[in-house]
Design a protein around this ligand. Sequence first.
Ligand SMILES: [Zn+2]
Length: 63
Amino acid sequence: MADEAPKAAPKKEKKTFKPYKPGKSCPKCGSRLGEHANRLACGKCGYTELKSAQKGDESGKKH
Ligand SMILES: [Zn+2]
């Protein structure tokens, strides 16, 4: 019999080389900023940049 095409394509495509994320560069030294939970940090000069507010259900909650 002929092969039938799979009904549902797999959610994830086969792994591919992920090109370097066009991350932000440090405005101070030009290095790529490392991504942290909620901030970007430069490992060279120590520059830190908070990520913009991200989705969350913390409305009016201050910490
Ligand atoms: Zn830097």
